[in-house]
Ligand binder design. Sequence first.
Ligand SMILES: Nc1ncnc2c1ncn2[C@@H]1O[C@H](COP(=O)(O)OP(=O)(O)OP(=O)(O)O)[C@@H](O)[C@H]1O
Length: 263
Amino acid sequence: MSTISIRDLNLSVTAGKKTTHILKDVSFDLEAGRITGVAGASGSGKTQTGLAVMGLSPAGAELSGSIDFDGVELVGMPAKQHNRLRGVQLSMVFQDPASAFHPMLTVGDQITDHLRHHQKVSKKDALAKAVEILGRTRVPHPKEAVKKYPHQFSGGQLQRIAFASAIICDPKVLIADEPTTALDVTVQAGILRLLRELCDDLDLAVLLVTHDFGVLSSVADTIVVMKNGVVVETGEREAVITAPQHEYTRSLIESLPGAEVSP
Ligand SMILES: Nc1ncnc2c1ncn2[C@@H]1O[C@H](COP(=O)(O)OP(=O)(O)OP(=O)(O)O)[C@@H](O)[C@H]1O
């Protein structure tokens, strides 16, 4: 059974007299231990699909269809209930690690926040867990790292800290929205390797959102291609890359330097 099963998801936002239909009958699954990569141009609805799973659709948005999370319906779930899942069973890492952290609080305080809030763990135990998790996401010198402030880390290290923060409560689902886009190319591959490791070791159902088809071709198990709020193609990575069914998918593949596509 899939961890998340999205069926006929529609999202529209009304501002004044204008209604924008952002997602149109979107359907795909997220499975434990697999990375599902969503590709598509800017504005195709990739981020809004991830945010709908998290219960973070824009104010005034109307959501219909179904997002089944291990037998629990997320569409229409009261905000309070969705809040309890967010950061615990459902977690998310965003594009810009620098803006994901408060500049005046230590990394330790920030990544233990969820744990202390949701699992009533003592400060000492939460900090010990933070050190362990930072080690797992390969942040150098975790014992010292928890005492430091965000500006004392590079972008790549901060993204590793963001992953630590996302997994500290043992989530089932991890949504990574353009996790390498803001990073130097030299550190991007390391972050993608980390994502793969976390997915495999923790049996996470991962949704990887990216505009970069090259990224998906190197790390995703399943590829979902979106265009203008519609899923135009879904399939196993190799099948999508070697035999794309939709013209738009072909154009994404053809726009890459040949060496970047690795079936
Ligand atoms: N708060 C909002 N109110 C109204 N429309 C929105 C809002 N947020 C996003 N949209 C619209 O929803 C559509 C899908 O946006 P989304 O961010 O999901 O695209 P995306 O594929 O992730 O692109 P990008 O890579 O640029 O983030 C876009 O047309 C965008 O303008």
